[in-house]
Design a protein around this ligand. Structure first.
Ligand code: ZN
Length: 51
């Protein structure tokens, strides 16, 4: 399992953790949902242009 260092308490925690279990530091998460919204919007615009 991959580990990452918490920038707040310098503890090694699990890579998959989104919140540090020791100091509750919140890691910035990659917005996967935002990409899908952008892709869907692009498809809608393309369809609208074709029709
Ligand atoms: Zn921490």
């Amino acid at each position: 399992m991959k580990k990452k260092e918490c920038p707040s308490c310098a503890m090694e925690i699990d890579q998959t953790e989104e919140v540090c279990p020791i100091c509750q530091y919140e890691f910035p998460t990659q917005a996967k949902g935002t990409i899908w919204v952008a892709v869907l919007l692009l498809l809608v615009i393309l369809l609208w242009l074709l029709l």
